[in-house]
Every structure is written in C-alpha cells, then in structure tokens.
Design a protein around this ligand. Structure first.
Ligand SMILES: [Zn+2]
Length: 67
C-alpha cells in the first residue's frame, strides 16, 4: 500500500509516474542510498532527469496553503 499527497495530481502525468515509481521503489528499499537509485533506475531509466524536473516544478505546486 502506498499513499500519495493529493497535490501530486496537479503535476504533468509523466511526473505522477515518477512519483508513483519512486514510492513503489521504497517498498523494496528504504531511504535514498545508491541501492535505491539503482532499483529506481532499472524501473525508470530517466529517473534522474525526472527528479530534477520534479524538484523544479514541485516548488510551484499548490499545497493547499491559502495564506
Ligand atoms: Zn523517496
């Protein structure tokens, strides 16, 4: 069972795929060590590029803060 923050679904679909793959990889490997990135890289070869894109876009996603 994985859960995703609702704000994820504001992202373009290829980044939603990245977030889902990221969470699924954590079912096998906790943390973000080399073993984690090796596993995620097998499932999603472009994971590094997608991570960079998500880091960039994620800062502009609405998180429910109305202030
Ligand atoms: Zn993670």
């Amino acid at each position: 069972m994985i859960s995703l923050h609702w704000a994820v679904f504001q992202l373009p679909i290829h980044l939603v795929d990245y977030v889902v793959a990221h969470e699924l990889a954590h079912v096998r490997v906790a943390g973000h060590g080399p073993e984690y990135w090796r596993l995620l890289g097998r499932a999603l070869p472009e994971c590094r590029r997608l991570k960079t894109e998500l880091d960039e876009l994620g800062r502009r996603v609405w998180m429910g803060d109305l202030a």
